[in-house]
Design a protein around this ligand. Sequence first.
Ligand SMILES: Cc1ncc(COP(=O)(O)O)c(C=O)c1O
Length: 342
Amino acid sequence: MKYSFRNDYSEGCHPKILEALTKHNLNQEDGYSEDIYCNQAKQLIQEKCNQSDADVHFLTGGTQVNLTLIAHALRPYESVIANEMAHIATHEAGAIEATGHKINTISRADGKLGTDDIQAVLDAHYFEHMVAPKLVFISNSTEIGTVYSAEELNELYDFCKKNNLFLYIDGARLGAAITAKNSGLSLETISANCDAFYIGGTKNGFLLGEALVITNDKLKSHLRYQMKQRGALLAKGRIFGLQFQTMLENDLYNSLAKHTNEMAKMLSDGLRNLGFSFLIEPETNQIFPIFPVEIIKKIESDYGFYIWEAINSETACVRLVTSWQTKTSDIQTFLKDLSQIM
Ligand SMILES: Cc1ncc(COP(=O)(O)O)c(C=O)c1O
């Protein structure tokens, strides 16, 4: 295989993380994220979010954060509103449903939710024979690589507050959203415009790990109990603290995400020059070009990628993902190979 565009977590981690882990390896520390590194990382996150009262918790992966936070936020009869492509609705093995909560899905090709979409769900659920929608789930960037700008988030959050709904952002690829062109996003604008969100590490050069940030006081109490009961309170929590410190100091987190998006832009420009179109306009590091099936068959032994969906009997959309580790030469070689077989 020459190169895999399957995912942004195919590589290990950024060398600076290994350096930090090695440097502090033999120090003794308290467990369960009560160590000095986690405390410093929490403070750093609070500072970057400009939210000194925010609660910060470290968990290992996205599914775990989603189900822990959602289970914590909802009463048994309450439901989640999400786009039908949302990770919780399609790729988490029913983890949310297993906590007892229905997901009310909305079909929208850009992977997002608008206030009209949410209002339609609210209108359709009006008495106790139905679930009571209570939490709006979005991801930024979305499942299909699109981005909610700061303005869009603000509009959604206003609507949620007016309608007594929680707004929760799955930030598995938050760095890609923050560094997307014209997003107007930062940790500060994001944390000011939702009740809880997570800063995704796994897909942006960490070994593993996500930081859940809770700004709404109503969601804070006993979260560590919820985590513990779900096996999400890691004894070796220090591994999270060291990684978040390393990535957030000197803005390494954003510079890796920026590189990832730049590689995707180079790839999508190159594909466009070769005459390919896209299922949706590329915005971040997941892009969705449409290839003839013949070409897919010819490139799949040399390159890793997922087939997203069939367009017709002759063409299909594939998902190509770049990462913090993708090199210009990886893109150039791929584009050259494609042009030669066309
Ligand atoms: C948007 C989003 N949320 C959550 C997850 C789940 O992450 P994990 O596989 O770490 O549970 C993913 C993983 O691909 C994702 O893309």
